[in-house]
Design a protein around this ligand. Structure first.
Ligand code: FES
Length: 337
């Protein structure tokens, strides 16, 4: 049961390669651009192996620019190990049409900037730069004190550096894996004034490290805000089996599909909303597992993930050396009556 979403047609107006693996798309919505705030995303209907699936992409840059140009901008990382969504996006050309949702937002800048200028540390890893660009631009325009630390595999894989430099000047520092550079989160957090906020978007290991460093520093949980992508796990993506005794079902979850989509297709109704491992609505009870649960959400704590009692069906998977992993789940959904 997906929350209602308003979909409409859009046309690819243009695209350009920002890096060898990141392509920006300008999407011209048939019904015009709906007002949005930085941190927002749109869902895009993609075709994967002949099936309709949905992917979520952050809206890039500032809402005012989007409104003025009449387009949504998204940037898509071509992932070799992906479930197929990025391959579909990279197959699009100018003039192609696709279905998109209206903007939604789980990562809104809620700070009231009317008081003394607050201090923000923005951290981006890889394609996690997409929501952070607009945040950096918006906060800098509003007079906040902003620093950004942005990490990528190599210098060639850094996107939007010119725009970031224009907004932040020397407050932007970049880190490249292939040069042996790493963001020192403990150091960065220790240097922040009290009541600073950390906003972060990147792969799960970066988020986990930031959450741990934030906790070690004794900072308030509410001052750390984050977003991740739903496909960055600790293990390679494999097919696995799932048993639902309550429904007398045994289903295969292929490598290119989520557990949630397979359950839905089989009629196992599951509440869900973000499909990015953030809201926890799709959490299900784990009865047993053969292999290792690859928790790819940011909803459960590290302790809860170790306990393995529940998982987020939208992003989490099972991995087993040599394949053949399996999971027994109890569906939390109870039909009325
Ligand atoms: S739908 Fe939000 S965590 Fe799965």
């Amino acid at each position: 049961m997906k929350h209602p979403n308003t979909w409409s047609k859009a046309t690819v107006r243009a695209h350009r390669d920002l890096t060898p693996t990141v392509r920006e798309f300008e999407l011209l919505p048939e019904r015009g651009v709906t007002p949005w705030h930085v941190g927002a995303h749109i869902n895009v209907a993609v075709q994967v192996n002949g099936e309709d699936q949905t992917r979520s992409y952050s809206l890039v840059s500032l809402p005012t620019r989007s409104q003025a140009d009449g387009v949504y901008r998204i940037a898509v990382k071509r992932a070799l190990n992906s479930r197929g969504g990025s391959r579909f996006m990279w197959s699009l050309n100018a003039g192609d049409r696709l279905n998109i949702s209206q903007p939604g937002n789980h990562f809104e800048l809620t700070t009231n900037l009317t008081g003394p200028a607050p201090h923000f540390l923005l951290v981006a890893g890889g394609i996690g730069i997409t929501p952070m660009l607009g945040m950096a631009q918006s906060l800098a325009t509003r007079g906040a004190k902003v620093q950004m630390r942005y990490g990528a595999r190599s210098r060639a894989e850094l996107a939007y550096v010119e725009e970031l430099r224009a907004a932040l000047g020397d407050e932007l520092e970049v880190f490249c894996d292939d040069a042996g550079e790493q963001i020192n989160l403990d150091h960065e957090i220790a240097a922040l004034p009290d009541h600073s906020q950390l906003l972060i978007c990147g792969p799960l290991p970066l988020l986990d490290a930031a959450r741990a460093a934030w906790a070690r520093a004794g900072r308030a949980v509410a001052d750390l805000r984050f977003e991740t992508f739903g496909n960055s796990g600790q293990f390679e993506t494999q097919a696995f089996w799932v048993d639902i005794p309550r429904h007398q079902l045994r289903l295969e979850v292929p490598a290119n599909r989520s557990l949630l989509s397979v359950l839905e297709e089989a009629g196992v109704q599951t509440l869900h909303e973000c499909e990015r491992g953030e809201c926890g609505l799709c959490a299900m009870d784990v009865v047993s597992v053969s292999g290792t649960v690859d928790h790819r959400d940011v909803f459960f704590s590290a302790h809860e993930k170790l306990n393995n009692q529940r998982l987020c069906a939208c992003v989490s998977r099972v991995h087993r050396a040599g394949g053949g992993g399996a999971l027994v789940l109890d569906s939390a959904y109870r039909a009325d009556g």
